[in-house]
Ligand binder design. Structure first.
Ligand code: NAD
Ligand code: GLY
Length: 382
């Protein structure tokens, strides 16, 4: 796909190959200001309904509405509060009500403009509005550009836990404008980077080695040259697209994308989702713990576990679990209790993503409790 003859925007394209539900991820600098050109070909009707959050709306809603209007696309929108708390049943109802009040029809395109919170919420709303309408992702955080906007998982949280209500609903197009990352708080950028490193650690040793050498350059957003950043995002999206194409509904290989997440979700639950520990930060710590557990079980070398930890720390990510949370001292038992409630528990057994080395993750249901407890105890004591 390319913009019209008047505009030339360099973008990298990644295909998510899912038969008739295939779609492109376009990654490039300045895509948002020309979104109308890219979106027009996938519309069945010249109407779009934008879902965004208050932070993102302040900077990006007007440029998006302008480019869509220049392409003759009529827009309506709803703005939810920024933050994880918007991923709940009340905000889902608010978004659906706004779509119906705007008289969205089956052919109206829903556009998710924002991070993973907006993408998950708008994606779920579009999968149930009028029994399902199309949607487009315009991710504006690094995490959403490399992970949540790709693959069609949508969801909200309930009092029982994160992402427990949702659907698989693939977008029609993903537009990842790297320029939008320049307004992202540095801490959010680094949290998103954890998911980039994840693709190297789970299945691509060459990517991990490239990141060791180039991640600082990729994350230096002040420069004009975004080649390294775009390469990192495109390589991440390619890795995710390949896994999603093989296993869209997570009956096997897709679970590898959860490297670090069983530990990470337990830490997030223990810390209380109040922003003290961002999702990507929890994943960074979780990936270190997954490698340390793998080394303790004799599956991978201690050197690989040290290498994973050293790289994440060098980027500025936390690599050891917090010692205390809102409920006081964090213990291995408390974390193990959260893990036992994980979505991936089957027949009472937890599934872990372990590694035989950098880039060699695999699924295991054979983790001994003493090894897990010892890994957690050592990390919490360090
Ligand atoms: P987020 O959407 O909350 O965004 C983080 C913060 O950055 C918010 O305050 C937001 O308003 C702000 N923001 C977004 N873009 C900005 C920009 N360009 N400039 C300035 N501020 C900006 O969080 P996230 O990290 O993008 O996503 C986390 C969510 O994604 C979680 O709910 C997680 O469960 C979900 N997730 C989903 C999947 C999936 O496959 N569906 C995968 C991973 C994570
Ligand atoms: N973030 C994990 C997945 O999309 O499967």
């Amino acid at each position: 796909m390319s913009p019209d003859g008047h505009t030339s925007i360099a973008s990298t394209s990644v295909l998510v190959a899912l038969g008739e539900r295939s779609y492109e991820i376009l990654i490039g600098r300045g895509l948002l200001a020309h979104a109308g050109h890219f979106i027009l070909p996938v519309l069945s009707q010249k109407r779009a309904f934008i879902v965004t959050d208050a932070n993102v709306a302040a900077t990006y809603l007007s440029p998006l509405a302008t480019t869509l209007s220049q392409s003759g696309i009529k827009t309506d929108h709803v703005i939810v509060p920024a933050g994880e708390a918007s991923k709940d049943i009340n905000h889902l109802a608010q978004v659906l009500d706004a779509m119906l009040a705007a008289k969205c029809e089956r052919k109206t395109m829903i556009v998710a403009l924002g991070g993973g919170v907006v993408g998950d919420l708008a994606g779920l709303a579009s999968s149930i509005l009028l029994r399902g309408v199309d949607f487009i992702q315009i991710p504006t955080t690094l995490l959403s550009q490399v992970d949540s906007s790709v693959g069609g998982k949508t969801g909200i949280n309930t009092s029982a836990g994160k992402n427990l209500v949702g659907s698989f609903h693939q977008p029609r197009l993903v537009l990842a404008d790297t320029e939008t990352l320049s307004t992202l708080p540095r801490r959010e950028l680094l949290a998103g980077y954890a998911e980039v490193a994840k693709y190297g650690l789970l299945g691509d040793a060459a990517l991990f080695a490239w990141l060791e050498a180039n991640a600082q350059t990729a994350l230096a957003l002040g420069t004009n040259d975004q080649t390294a950043l775009i390469h990192a995002i495109a390589t991440s999206c390619r890795a995710k697209a390949k896994i999603v194409a093989e296993d869209e509904k997570e009956s096997g290989a897709r679970a590898l994308l959860n490297l670090g997440h069983t530990f990470g979700h337990a830490l997030e639950a223990e810390m209380g989702y109040g922003g003290q520990l961002l999702h990507g930060e929890a994943v960074a710590i979780g990936m270190v713990l997954a490698f340390e557990l793998s080394a303790r079980m004799g599956l991978c070398s201690k050197d690989d576990a040290v290498r994973a930890k050293r790289h994440l720390a060098s980027i500025g990510l936390p690599v050891s679990p917090p010692k205390t949370g809102p409920r006081g001292k964090i213990t291995p038992e408390a974390l193990m209790a959260h893990m036992a409630q994980d979505k991936k528990v089957a027949d009472g057994k937890m599934t872990f993503v372990l590694a035989r080395g950098i880039g060699q993750a695999f699924l295991s249901r054979e983790v001994s409790e003493p090894a897990l407890r010892a890994t957690l105890a050592q990390a919490l004591a360090s």
